[in-house]
Design a protein around this ligand. Structure first.
Ligand code: 5AD
Ligand code: SF4
Length: 455
């Protein structure tokens, strides 16, 4: 993919804004994929000569990187973009841009573009490499509206400004081919395409040399990664060999494609964390079929059993949707039953949100909002009962945690995750944040564990 046009525009912007001390602020909605896209936008802006602003009020350029997976995210975006009108009145040279998944949907993008005439730039998910060219137009006071429907592009070589810390993301693939009937992602992120293994390994080497020790490989369905004859378990082996890397995570795994080879790789490879995010979405085979998920609960439970048999102390997390069209009380009960049976260590639960253009949005028997909320509350209380189950087995366990921060509920305690994603709280100095420390687990704290540092 040619990036000359992108770098030429970066150079021109750099010359133009040099010494103006311009600042940018990016507000990101949604998943890790979006967070990482924002790091690429920030990388481009820094190459152009912008620096990060602490708040929107301090910025000369504000970007909203949007999400459209659920309605809630959309409403927040409209509200927050609306608030910037006042900032623009106070600072007429302020540029406001809206991009990301929600803007890839032409109707939503046009609505926003019309409703907020002070927005300078609207662009979709496929415009990252064109971003400097679009920004140059905005600097020339032209209003930008750019959404293309291209597919199948893999862009290498864009600058990235990573959020500092110990953990970071590396994309291994883009897009999705699965068309789960509730999901908008295949429409706004395009068809599945994998990066070349050597490009991935080189990027991992680079970020490890910059000081990152934990890497999460990102893809909508990492289990269908395939490039140059390398599948996902083989890619994990290649990345596992990168010297200096401490921890390797990945997300997300679709249960229909989780192979024995991947389970074996997770068990064998020392840096691969013993945690898997395995979205089940529903506990009812009938609803799974309506969702086009292409597996049954029997298959899913088989995977859970295999993971537990082969990987010591493996922990499983999941995503669940309640109130999918046609979901009966019995279907919902099956979901609660599944949650009790699996014993997840965490679950992200959602009320079904109809997305225009998806199959499920046009299905009969949409569930009323009040009923979806009731089921969501019920499911969350079942989860609250089941989450701590099995935690006792960790008492006496010795393992490494990556210290993430300090919890100030009561006496300040450091917290961080074991390789398998279990959270452990320990006493210790704040300067350990960002490092890996060895701990021994002494007891339970809320849904998590409590212990002390050992040397
Ligand atoms: N409504 C509710 N939840 C959804 N998700 C995706 N689309 C929808 C929708 N239309 C959830 C799924 C997915 C997670 C990222 O978001 O559970 O795994
Ligand atoms: Fe959406 Fe299904 Fe693709 Fe995940 S696998 S992004 S839920 S269509």
């Amino acid at each position: 993919m040619e990036l000359n046009g992108c770098y030429d525009a970066i150079k021109r912007i750099h010359e133009r804004i040099d010494a103006m001390n311009l600042k940018y602020y990016i507000e990101t909605y949604g998943c890790q994929m979006n967070e990482h896209d924002s790091e690429k936008l920030a990388g481009i802006l820094e190459e152009c000569g912008y620096t990060a602003a602490q708040s929107k009020e301090d910025a000369d350029l504000i970007l909203f990187n949007t999400c459209c997976v659920r309605e809630h995210a959309e409403l927040r975006t409209f509200g927050n973009v609306g608030f910037t009108k006042e900032l623009k009145q106070n600072n007429p040279r302020l540029i406001i841009g809206v991009c990301g998944c929600m803007m890839q949907q032409k109707e939503a993008a046009q609505k926003l573009y019309r409703r907020f005439p002070f927005v300078d730039m609207v662009f979709g998910t496929h415009e990252l490499k064109n971003f400097p060219i679009l920004l140059e137009r905005a600097l020339n006071e032209q209003r930008v509206f750019e959404i293309t429907d291209i597919d199948g592009e893999v862009i290498e070589g864009l600058p990235v400004k990573r959020v500092p810390g110990f953990s970071t993301f590396v994309n291994i693939m883009y897009g999705c081919n699965n068309f789960c009937t509730y999901c908008i992602v295949p429409y706004v992120r395009g068809r599945e395409r994998s990066r070349r293994p050597e490009d991935i390994v080189n990027e991992v080497r680079k970020v490890v040399s910059e000081g990152f020790g934990e890497i999460t490989l990102l893809g909508q369905n990492v289990n269908s990664y395939c490039s140059d004859g390398v599948n996902f378990p083989k890619l994990l082996k290649m990345v596992n060999e990168v010297e200096g890397l401490k921890r390797l995570r990945f997300m997300t795994s679709h249960p229909k494609d989780l192979s024995d080879e991947l389970i074996d790789a997770m068990a064998e490879l020392d840096k691969v964390c013993k945690h898997i995010h395995l979205p089940v979405q529903s506990g009812s085979d009938r609803i799974l079929q309506l969702m086009n998920r292409k597996y049954t609960i029997e298959h899913y439970m088989g995977l859970v059993d295999k993971l537990r048999a082969k990987i010591e102390n493996v922990e499983i997390t999941t995503d669940i949707i309640v109130g999918f069209p046609g979901e009966t009380e019995e279907d919902f009960e099956e979901t609660c039953e599944l949650v009790r049976k699996v014993g997840y260590s965490n679950a992200y639960t959602f009320a079904y949100s109809p997305r225009q253009g998806t199959k499920a949005a046009a299905m009969q028997d949409q569930i009323p909002l009040e009923e979806k909320k009731r089921r969501l509350n019920l499911l969350n209380s079942v989860l609250a009962e089941t989450l701590p189950a099995g935690n006792e087995k960790y008492i006496g366990h010795i393992g490494d945690i990556l210290v993430e921060g300090v919890d100030h509920r009561g006496k300040p305690l450091l917290f961080g995750k074991l390789s398998n994603f279990k959270m452990v709280y320990v006493e210790g100095p704040e300067d350990l944040i960002g490092s890996i420390v060895k701990v021994k687990v002494d007891g339970l704290r809320f849904n998590s564990l409590f212990g002390h540092i050992i040397h």
